[in-house]
Write a protein that binds this ligand. Structure first.
Ligand code: PRX
Length: 653
């Protein structure tokens, strides 16, 4: 980690450390947890603690025989136990007489609405589970899901869980190329997609992108297409089927069969430090326990009265754990919204909160900073007095954004829970409990009960104060079970840096009171608007363009998106291409989220004498910092030239 960055952060944070927000007395009075007893209980016996949560929060068809089997780097949880995840999310609530409870208040971007009760959802999931079976999907098979934010995404996921197939959801913003890579890695049999969806007032086509992917995905036997956008699509006879036709003809009963606790629930692809995305594996029992536990206690859930809204897309892990599995396991009522926050106006989110009386709200710092830019007047137009807890996830939240969120959205009365976790951890790991934890703006505070986190220095020695690398020292129920098809990479990436520890890839520091402050990634992963993108992936895409000889990509600090993608490109001799064409190329190759914000064309890149690109220098140039030591640089004039170009180049917004 760059020293300069740490010092800067330390100074920044120190000026805020005097601000503390104890849980409001009135809030704590009604909170599920208002003291430290849960932490004490877990500290005494973490496995026993998780076993009690598993018994309280999940219904098991067969009890487990062993709580946790830990054979580093592999853990299995609730071994011998059997459950059905869809049964836990649906049937048991309907059996308890809660079939009329709303599972999702769904709102489309154009303003159309659907109210979906637990009974409705159970009915549709059973039908779709039978549809999948009819298309040849069996326990252990993989199903790819490439959908906009429509309720059918949750239906498809739960239908897979019901029959023991694993889903692999690919965010609808990814390109056909990215979709094809993920389908092929998972060898999925069926693809569930849509004609299109709404975004910023227009229909964006999905099926044409899926069609392009399908030219190179031999494992796919059938494609199910949800009608949403109403846009023209081509259907291939025998392969492509309309969702509504299949559902109408499906048998309405599909009993939930018990699955092994370690049955693969899903794969979710995420970027790492190399070009190839990793298929993160999550299984059933432990994952559901921790998703339900964290959703219940971090949001202080009172399912009878709460209206909960997580603004993530189901294509990311936040959507998996906190739109689908956690909330449904807890019998919560959620809002699900299809579109962007600024259609038709910049107050769309606040109007939704007012409309549905949202009580618990979960969003990302990048969104909060954007709302800040749009101005205080937007939330002020609406009655947000229903809100009780505000959550943040995806990247470090800067104290200014935290304070704005607290004041302008939470009216100064709602605890803010800054939740740190990862696709790999499956569920929240470090976060306040809103009725028990005194928060500090910008700090994720402490590991949750049952979670063991420690900072270490370069030598793997624990640090009790100051900056270090964030590691996890004990297995946790929702931890990833591996990387699909690549056990070596799993061991290498997460468990080899510091023996006996899971290394998360993040830097953090501990203050005088033992509060954790997350400092961002310390590896070659960028965090753009809360989305992980690997520098290598963007570099590979750039050099795949015929005009490009070499490329180096760095994430530079950005006031709105956290980090922005900055690329330095050397063209092949005689070749020409403009910046916009290269940006479009990356957008088509990976997806629009991976488009560099700025591309600098350069005749050379700063390299060490051994030929390694000096990314730290490139980041310094991109962020306009004075350069430190360049003595290891092979040719120091390269940097002077880059700085000159950085001063001249216009930035793309
Ligand atoms: O760098 C951390 C950052 O997001 C990374 C995980 O990204 P992903 O797997 O896409 O999951 C995002 C949603 C859980 C982490 O390694 N991150 C996530 N939450 C926070 C965070 N950084 C600081 N504070 C957070 N609350």
């Amino acid at each position: 980690m760059a020293d300069a960055e740490q010092t800067h952060e330390t100074i920044d944070a120190m000026s805020w450390e005097s601000r503390r927000f104890p849980p409001p007395v009135e809030f704590a009075r009604h909170a599920l947890v208002a003291d430290t007893s849960m932490y004490d209980e877990a500290a005494e016996d973490d496995e026993g603690f998780w076993a009690r949560q598993a018994a309280d929060l999940v219904t098991w068809a067969t009890p487990w025989t062993t709580i946790c089997n830990w054979d580093l780097p592999y853990a299995t949880w609730f071994v011998g136990g059997q459950l059905n995840v869809a049964y836990n999310c649906l049937d048991r609530h309907v059996e308890a007489g809660l079939g009329h409870r709303v599972a999702f208040h769904w709102e489309g971007e154009p303003g159309d609405r659907r109210t979906i009760t637990y009974a409705d959802l159970l009915d549709e999931v059973q039908r779709f589970a039978n549809v999948l079976r009819g298309l040849g999907v069996q326990r252990g098979d993989r199903v790819n899901i490439y959908l906009p934010m429509v309720p059918e995404a949750a239906v498809a996921m739960l239908a897979c869980a019901r029959i023991g197939a694993a889903h692999s959801v690919v965010f609808g913003g990814f390109s056909s190329h990215s979709l094809a890579d993920r389908i092929n890695d998972a060898e999925a049999k069926v693809l569930v997609t849509a004609d299109g969806g709404y975004r910023r007032g227009e229909v964006f086509p999905l099926k044409p992108a899926a069609d392009e992917a399908l030219t190179s995905t031999p494992s796919i036997e059938h494609v199910v297409v949800v009608r949403r956008g109403g846009n023209e699509v081509t259907m291939v006879d025998g392969r492509d089927h309309w969702y509504h036709d299949l559902i109408a003809a499906a048998d309405p009963v599909c009993p939930a069969e018990p699955m092994d606790s370690e049955q693969l629930l899903y794969l979710l692809y995420t970027s790492g430090t190399t070009g190839k995305p990793k298929g993160i594996m999550h299984t059933s029992g432990g994952y559901l326990v921790q998703a339900a536990f964290t959703h219940k206690f971090v949001f202080d859930l009172h399912p009878e009265t709460d209206v909960y809204w997580c603004t993530a897309d189901v294509g990311w892990v936040t959507g998996h754990s906190y739109i689908v599995y956690g909330p449904l396991a807890n019998g919560a009522t959620s809002v699900m919204y299809e579109g962007v926050p600024n259609f038709p106006g910049n107050d769309r989110f606040w109007s939704i909160i007012e409309q549905y009386g949202v009580t618990k709200f979960y969003t990302a710092p990048t969104a909060i900073r954007t709302f800040m830019k749009w101005g205080d007047a937007e939330p002020a137009k609406h009655d947000l007095s229903s809100l009780k807890v505000l959550g943040s996830v995806g990247e470090p939240i800067n104290p200014e954004a935290w304070m704005w969120y607290h004041e302008h959205i939470g009216g100064g009365r709602c605890p803010v829970v800054d939740t740190w976790w990862q696709t790999e951890t499956g569920a929240m790991m470090i976060s306040p409990l809103p009725g028990a934890t005194t928060t500090k703006p910008g700090s994720a505070t402490f590991p949750l009960p049952g979670i063991s986190a420690e900072l270490v220095d370069d030598h793997g020695q624990p640090i009790r104060h100051g900056g270090g690398y964030l590691t996890l020292t004990r297995p946790w129920p929702s931890m990833m079970r591996g990387i699909w098809g690549d056990p070596d990479r799993y061991l290498r990436t997460y468990w080899s840096q510091y023996p006996g520890r899971y290394f998360a890839g993040d830097g953090a520091k501990l203050d005088d009171d033992g509060y954790l402050w997350l400092l961002g990634r310390v590896d070659d992963v960028m965090n753009v608007s809360g989305h992980r993108i690997s520098t290598t992936e963007v570099e590979s895409s750039l050099v795949a363009h015929p005009a490009v000889a070499e490329a180096a990509v760095v994430g530079a600090n950005d006031a709105t998106t956290g980090q922005a993608i900055i690329a330095y490109v050397i063209l092949r001799s005689g070749a020409t291409v403009d910046e916009q064409a290269l940006r479009t190329h990356v957008g088509q190759d990976i997806g629009n989220i991976a488009k560099p914000k700025t591309i600098y064309f350069t005749p050379d890149l700063p390299k060490t004498r051994s030929g390694k690109i000096m990314r730290r220098l490139l980041r310094d140039v991109a962020e306009g910092r004075n350069l430190g030591d360049t003595t290891t640089l092979a040719d120091s004039s390269v940097v002077a030239e880059l700085q000159r170009r950085a001063g001249e180049a216009p930035s793309e917004d």
